[in-house]
Design a protein around this ligand. Sequence first.
Ligand SMILES: Nc1ncnc2c1ncn2[C@@H]1O[C@H](COP(=O)(O)OP(=O)(O)OP(=O)(O)O)[C@@H](O)[C@H]1O
Length: 485
Amino acid sequence: MHFIIRLFPEITIKSPSVRKRMARQLADNIRIIVRREFASARVRQDWDKLDVNVRGHEDDATALAMTRLLSGIPGIANFARVRTFEAGDLHKIYEDTASIWGAALKGHTFRVRAKRTGNHAFSSTELEQYVGGGLNQNFESAGVKLRDPDITVQLELRDDVLYVIEDKHQGLGGFPIGTQGDVISLISGGFDSTVASYQCVKRGLRTHYCFFNLGGKAHELGVKEMAYYLWHRFGSSHRVKFITVPFEGVVKEILEKVDPSCMGVVLKRLMLKAAEQVAQRAKAEALVTGEAVAQVSSQTLTNLKCIDQATSALVLRPLALMNKGDIIDVARDIGAEALAASIPEYCGVISVKPSASLRLHKVEEAEAAMDMSVLEEALENAKAQLIDTVMADVEKGQAQVDSVAQPLEGDVVIDIRHPEEIEIKPLVLDPAALVIPFYNLNEAYSKLDATKRYLLFCDRGVMSELHASYLKDEGHRNVAVYRPD
Ligand SMILES: Nc1ncnc2c1ncn2[C@@H]1O[C@H](COP(=O)(O)OP(=O)(O)OP(=O)(O)O)[C@@H](O)[C@H]1O
């Protein structure tokens, strides 16, 4: 099976040496990806196209698999599955075309479109008319229709080679991975950081993933699953890293020392500071976030500026000016929508009174009250792994937890919400619930009476489920979620 691949137009306008280097990188990337599935595949690089040949495979399953692979490789403008013939006179071209398209035209309107390079005894229009006329006379089509036909039969004649195009697909565009350097993408697994990461990959950046673990096992697994998906679908020509930074200690310090109005911004600043170190270790040139102006209180211009000043590293924000709906559309197009929607919104710092316009000096004062050794500790304990190993963790899965609507005699409900939230909306129960904020839960849990069953409670049931599954993973069997009807 033969495919012709066209380079993304932004590559073709580069200087000849850059264009050649990019085309070579694209050829290498295609070779690595396609040969994983089809060891016999050959990739040849020409000035204005690449040829991919998968020898000995002409079946539909190969066509489908190749279409999926090629549609996920950055740098390709479009690609066509073609049959190649030695070009002859008009009649031979008609016969070769008919051998591919004749029967398929049955009951359909059609037209012929031809592109030609080189010297021939006929024009492109004469070629279209001859082949179209022959197909119309000799096959049971519904006739020629020049505007909006059911089928467009496409031919390409290059000197003495005829390509009959069987089908044509849009590529991803962008630049081949490996041509634009390395970045660290801060991924939290929802729509925003997923789409931001994808845009980096598509633009040719070798994108490593950095996740700050705020304490939710299910969140961690979900994020790993998402990063693996992005890499496997769009970036697997290059090995990249998934770096997990344990941020529970940082979150605890923020919750204990920082004024609620600044918590979200301080957390993001500390993430950037840590990510800067991660980037230095990985020799990456920039950080990437999924922030978009005005989406949440930490993303007002004033607060983004405060966050940005936490680091001197280059921070790319590919979604800065995108609307949420458009971001979700991209997630849908790249097959990541359902996964992104299923990632639990896990924010370890829940502040009920965030300020939308913080002054830098106020944030710096808040940070000065913190013991910053927690940040160093988090970085010391950061774990970098190759992305193709993260699925092993995901497959081990997350512990399933029971959900209880009505506590039984002897059960103890634990309210794990932030004290501020409890103050606003107390949980009225008899007997009263234990109050252990989620950020103290891991430490406190092992000191509880192990003969009792504990039901974790929070407002939406997300945090409680995450923590229950986390505790179960840690070996505590006596935990479930309390979800009153
Ligand atoms: N736990 C985390 N680990 C890594 N990066 C994070 C984490 N939390 C937030 N970020 C980064 O900060 C950005 C802004 O954070 P925010 O909490 O507002 O999430 P968001 O914009 O809703 O992102 P998403 O939709 O990806 O969850 C995210 O897009 C992401 O790049």
